[in-house]
Design a protein around this ligand. Sequence first.
Ligand SMILES: [Zn+2]
Length: 288
Amino acid sequence: MSWMTIGDVGIGRVLESNGPFMSIYDFFPDATPEALAPHRHWLEQGALDANDFLVMPIQSYVVRTPQSTILVDACVGNHKSVKWFPAWDQQDGTSWERNLAALGLGVADIDVVLCTHLHVDHSGWNTRLVDGRWVPTFPNARYVLSQREVTQAEKNWEKYQDPVWRENVEPVIDAGQAVLVADDHEVDACVHLEPTPGHTPGHCAVHIAHRGDEAVVTGDLIHSPIQCHYPHWNFKFDADKPLAAATRGAFLERYGESTTRVLTSHFPLPSTGHIRRAGEAWHFHYDD
Ligand SMILES: [Zn+2]
């Protein structure tokens, strides 16, 4: 993929994987055949497979501003423990690093790592396994992490032994490379965090602006283009469902019919486009 531009800021995609993830009825407990029927014609062009599984990429975005080269989200990574999703458990792939190299970048070129939230598919490449130890993947990066999200990741370890803390977060803190920030933190002159809680308590969208052009990385405040039509449909793992739905609705109102380019994490490729009004709700128009 070539670089997209927002003013003089370059944005590239680093794809890790792409494929069927979960039945749409399992993913969205509110989904029904009746609600899907009027949307099947477009859903079946990439978003939904023949078994009604949602097709979802796992990807990072690289944002190259005049000041810094920023990685937004870090996919699943290699050798991670993901007991609830076998395809990711102990994954050992080369595509993510190859796709980073295809942008002309190596791990040493990343100045800043941002995670929209600290789930396993957004924080995996934060670290890699070297001689049996988790070490930061990006030797020159500062990892800018939501304090709220870090606190939650540690709680999830203590309560449920969720390994994200031990594998993806604690090693970066121990290495002295983490900076814990508020959820509206300004990362540089072109990039700031936008609090979008609900999916997780400290979830942040990443807002990019330069020379009057704007873009926003959604992370998991929205997972599928069908939620533009049904903003109240929550993913079954959204932590605070009423808050997730309110955040999603407000996001669609804020960016609907705007010139802001929306860079989604899990909409089918190319995953980027604009939110346009469609009747009472919205529709996602993909970039060409
Ligand atoms: Zn995700």
